[in-house]
Design a protein around this ligand. Structure first.
Ligand code: ADP
Ligand code: MG
Length: 289
């Protein structure tokens, strides 16, 4: 049975908003050397906003993007759907929608044309190419630290949309507190582009990051990083890595599948609570031993 010390540490953690699903998770967190953070929706607020549309017909690009993204739970999707609503743009009726984790989303218009929205990996998969203007817009958004969405119809690129995100408040402090509590390797793992990742990692005070990762790449890295490893994430794309990590930690604002795959849930999505929970876990482990 679970020692009373551990039960009371779990209760104390729960009062601070850190929910351990098991005493094994508490014990695991006490031993963690590496904490890997997802970027979008974990280090950043899940509240993205549309900042740029580069398209001959901006409304057409947003109509198509919103039609697709209405079927997605991704933070990028919510930003595009909200922007369409604000501008009074009706989403295209898109059917047969399929989310491609780490790439974007695809579907069909009533006339059978293939519609898609996502990153350069999806662009390549659809056999489409960017015009020089579209390409320049994409590069510029990346160096600003903004994520971008390429919107296409068949092999034609309709537009490039930029979405800005902001770090959750207190992230730098949360990460330095984890370092102080003995975490040797804090690192960011993201499906987003190199340039965006570099900018956001620097803002968060993280010197290490891995970018352009598919869900299976996150899974592989969680197995390869110096262990024991905790993974903090929110998305469908993080679920395999959360399940595989020695300790999977989900933010409560995340998707159901992330929360189900995790061992620990941050109830207020406050990463600032992790340092304290780690300390509680270490103290409890020391007392039990
Ligand atoms: P992160 O690891 O930062 O949370 P994801 O793995 O969720 O990012 O997504 C990686 C990339 O895949 C995004 O930066 C985006 O380019 C693309 N992507 C994923 N889902 C969507 C979507 N619904 N619409 C547009 N792009 C998407
Ligand atoms: Mg995410």
């Amino acid at each position: 049975s679970t020692p009373a010390v551990m039960l009371s540490a779990m209760a104390a953690a729960a009062r601070s908003g850190v929910l351990f699903k098991s005493s094994a998770a508490l014990d695991g967190l006490a031993r963690v050397q590496t904490v890997a953070f997802d970027k979008t929706g974990t280090l950043t607020q899940a509240r993205m906003t549309l900042t740029h549309i580069v398209a001959d017909d901006e409304a057409a690009a947003l109509t198509l993007a919103a039609g697709l993204e209405g079927h997605s739970e991704h933070p990028i999707a919510r930003a595009l759907v909200a922007a369409a609503q604000q501008r009074g743009v009706m989403p295209s009726p898109v059917s047969g929608v399929q989310a491609l984790p780490g790439l974007g989303i695809v579907g069909r218009l009533p006339d059978g044309k293939r519609a898609w929205a996502g990153n350069e990996r999806l662009l390549a998969r659809e056999g489409a190419v960017l015009s020089p203007i579209q390409n320049a817009a994409l590069q510029q958004l990346g160096t600003q630290g903004s994520s971008s969405v390429i919107v296409g119809l068949g092999r034609r690129v309709i537009g490039v949309i930029g979405v800005a995100d902001t770090l959750r408040p207190g992230i730098r402090e949360a990460i330095s507190r984890l370092r102080a509590a003995g975490v040797r390797h804090p690192v960011m793992l993201t499906g987003d582009k190199q340039e965006v990742a570099r900018t956001v990692a620097a803002q968060a005070g993280l010197s290490k990051f891995h970018a352009e990762l598919l869900p299976e790449d996150k899974l592989r890295l969680v197995a390869e990083l110096p262990g024991p490893v905790a993974m903090v994430g929110d998305g469908v794309n993080d679920a395999p890595a959360l399940a595989r990590a020695d300790v999977g930690i989900a933010v409560a604002s995340g998707t159901d599948v992330a929360i189900e795959s995790a061992d620990v849930v941050l109830m207020q999505s406050d990463l600032g609570k992790l340092g304290g929970a780690l300390q509680l876990a270490r103290d409890a482990r020391r007392t039990v031993k």
